[in-house]
Each structure stands twice: as structure tokens, then as C-alpha cells.
Design a protein around this ligand. Structure first.
Ligand code: ATP
Ligand code: MG
Length: 351
């Protein structure tokens, strides 16, 4: 019997080998479901391949299974107000409700026209009326948006959402985005509410959980599985790639797979991540990468880079938020992603 590879290197799909993020999932779900929600919006952020889309999809799936919750996915590359109105209106069970409330959106190309309907001035007020009907029925709406950027569609939608919240509708929003993009969006003057939105930084997956997954699938000792797990540093994409390659090359030793593993990481993500960094950020990363020890003293980097301390902390802060460096040990820094140091050194002739 030939079994399919249980690992996947495809982005944005729920992987068969899925490691749950218990704490972050529960934080979000519990605060949305609370009697008095602590927040109606969350932003998920993290480096490419850190599992933003997978976590978003997983939470949306859990919420869809709850009675009283409606989950709607919006595409940030299209007119999201129209998308929201038409998706909400076309949910079979709800349409009856809206028709009964004489809500006619046919002039916007949504649904059929109704006799003796009350005219709707624009789509925002159409949505407002639909939400009012849903509030009466105690239904809550969760909107999910993957990969937000500071685009015109997104700004228009966010400012409308801000108003729906102010009108006390039961609307919730879960978004993902790269740190740069989210930061850019929330610096928009008109969208001040985004500033206070809690951000969840996607941390590495649990190393023990990864080891247990490898142990079970490859039927190897826990020590060998742990060795493999540590090579991923908990980076979700790396977990999939290493598992995928090991499955395809079961007879090979781990050391023999590692060069191809490195190449996958580089071609699928590191090239892209690196190309989006500023020269100063690259210099800091290179300095850390060149260090023999895994951790380097912050002071040492600053001294050798001759960068003034406030400028340095700005870059350092950005690199932490982008998910590229770890500064959890006070006074020290290290690189987050597996094999990224080597990649940075090999590309440093460009600096
Ligand atoms: N919780 C998880 N358990 C196991 N594998 C995961 C998990 N989350 C993500 N992955 C794997 O990591 C890879 C990247 O996941 P995902 O597409 O969600 O990343 P992303 O952060 O949305 O990346 P991008 O910024 O490029 O959109 C995929 O191969 C996915 O299968
Ligand atoms: Mg994604």
C-alpha cells in the first residue's frame, strides 16, 4: 500500500499534520464569545510561513460550528462592502429574515427585488439594517480577512466596520497580515480604532508536539524525532518541509536531507523575506548570523555596527515584530528561523 505524504508544502491550506496553537486559539475564541466581549477585533501577524492563514482558517472553522455564529470570509483585493452585503444577504436561512424585514438590495445587484420594500440609501445602511435584524435574533457575525494591506478597499471597509461596532452590532473581525502591512494600515489617521486592536504574534510551534508528530509518523525513537524537531525551530513551514522530505527519503539519514531542506526554505520563503528588508536590517541580521554562539549580546552588535542607539532600537524592534529575531533573553538576541543565518551570510556580498 502506498500512502500519500502526510506533510504538505502548500501554503494557506489546513495541513493533515496540524499542530494546534491551544493558547492563542482559546484567547481569541473566548474573548469573542464572552458575555461582554473583551475585544471585537484581533490581528494575527507573523513572518511568511508562520501559519497565519492556517490559524485563521482553524478559528473560522471552530466558530462556524457554533450555533448563533455566522462566519464570512472577505477578499481584501475586492470591494469588501459589497462582498460583505452580498455574502450576508445570500445566506439561505437569513434571506427569509431580510425579505421579511422588506430589505431590498436589488438595486446594488444583490438578491431579487421585493414589493413594498423600504428603500436603502447605500450598502452601508443596508448592512446596518441586516445587522439589526441579526442582533434581534442574537446572531453574531465574524468576518475573516486574510492578508490585509493598506489598500483603498481595506480602508473603506475598516472605517465602515468601525461604525458598525459603534452602533453596538454583534460584529467581530479577525485579520491576518505581515507586520509591515498591518502597521501601515493602523497608522492611517482615519482608522484610529485599529491602533488599540490586540495583535497576536505567531510564536513557534511546540517543539515537543512536533517531535511527537515525527515519532509517530516515521516510527522512530523520541530522541531522533526530537533531533529532527529542533532542526525546525518550531517554524511551521519548516516542520512541513522536513517531514515532507523525510517521507520521500525514508532510507536517508537526516544529515543527507538537510541540504535540500535548506534549499526549500530559501526558495520558498527566505528569498522573499530577505528582499523585503532594508539595508540596515540586513546588516543587523548579518552581524547576528556571524556570531559563533547562538545568542549575541545586544551591546556587541551595536558597538560593531556603529549605529546610534535609538536608530538601532527602532530596527531591532521591527525585526522582532516581523518575527525574524528573538530577544526574549534580556540583553541578548538570536535569529528565529532555521538556517536563516546561513542564508544571510551567503547573501551578504550584496551589502
Ligand atoms: N499549526 C500548524 N501545524 C502544522 N503546520 C502548520 C501549522 N500552521 C501552518 N503550518 C504549515 O506552515 C506553512 C505556512 O502556513 P500558512 O500558509 O498558514 O502561513 P502564513 O503565515 O499564512 O504565510 P504567508 O504570510 O506567506 O501567507 C504551510 O505549509 C502549513 O501547512
Ligand atoms: Mg497566509
Amino acid at each position: 500500500m502506498v500512502l500519500n505524504n502526510p506533510f504538505t508544502i502548500a501554503f494557506g491550506k489546513q495541513p493533515p499534520q496540524f499542530i494546534s496553537r491551544l493558547q492563542q486559539t482559546e484567547t481569541i475564541i473566548n474573548s469573542f464569545r464572552a458575555e461582554v466581549p473583551t475585544t471585537q477585533v484581533y490581528m494575527l501577524t507573523g513572518v511568511r510561513g508562520s501559519g497565519k492563514t492556517v490559524l485563521l482558517t482553524n478559528i473560522a472553522k471552530i466558530m462556524r460550528e457554533q450555533d448563533d455564529w455566522i462566519v464570512i470570509e472577505l477578499n481584501p483585493e475586492s470591494d469588501m462592502i459589497h462582498g460583505f452585503a452580498s455574502k450576508l444577504y445570500s445566506i439561505p436561512n437569513l434571506q427569509k429574515l431580510f425579505v421579511k424585514a422588506s430589505l431590498d438590495l436589488s438595486m446594488f445587484g444583490i438578491g431579487l427585488s421585493i414589493e413594498k420594500s423600504m428603500p436603502v440609501a447605500n450598502l452601508e445602511s443596508g448592512i446596518d439594517r441586516m445587522l439589526t435584524e441579526l442582533d434581534k435574533k442574537n446572531k453574531k457575525v465574524l468576518i475573516e480577512i486574510d492578508e490585509v494591506t493598506n489598500s483603498e478597499y481595506m480602508r473603506v471597509f475598516a472605517s465602515a466596520f468601525q461604525i458598525f461596532m459603534r452602533q453596538d452590532h454583534n460584529v467581530f473581525l479577525l485579520m491576518t497580515g505581515l507586520y509591515e502591512n498591518i502597521n501601515n494600515l493602523q497608522n492611517e489617521k482615519s482608522l484610529t480604532f485599529l491602533y488599540r486592536v490586540p495583535k497576536i504574534f505567531l510564536s513557534p510551534l511546540n517543539i515537543g508536539a512536533i517531535a511527537r508528530s515525527y515519532k509517530e509518523i516515521f516510527d522512530i525513537s523520541y530522541d531522533d524525532a526530537l533531533l529532527m524537531s529542533k532542526k525546525t525551530r518550531g517554524y511551521p513551514f519548516a516542520f512541513q518541509v522536513l517531514g515532507y522530505l523525510k517521507w520521500e527519503n525514508k532510507e536517508k539519514k537526516l544529515e543527507e536531507i538537510l541540504p535540500v531542506y535548506q534549499q526549500y526554505l530559501e526558495e520558498y520563503v527566505y528569498d522573499k523575506i530577505y528582499s523585503e528588508l532594508s539595508v540596515a536590517e540586513k546588516k543587523i541580521l548579518l552581524r547576528i548570523a556571524k556570531e559563533k554562539d547562538e545568542y549575541i549580546k545586544v551591546k556587541e552588535i551595536r558597538d560593531t555596527l556603529t549605529m546610534n542607539s535609538s536608530l538601532f532600537s527602532t530596527y531591532r524592534d521591527k525585526l522582532i515584530k516581523k518575527g525574524l529575531i528573538d530577544a526574549s533573553q534580556y540583553g541578548f538576541m538570536s535569529l528565529m528561523l532555521p538556517g536563516f543565518g546561513r542564508f544571510v551570510i551567503e547573501h551578504s556580498f550584496e551589502l
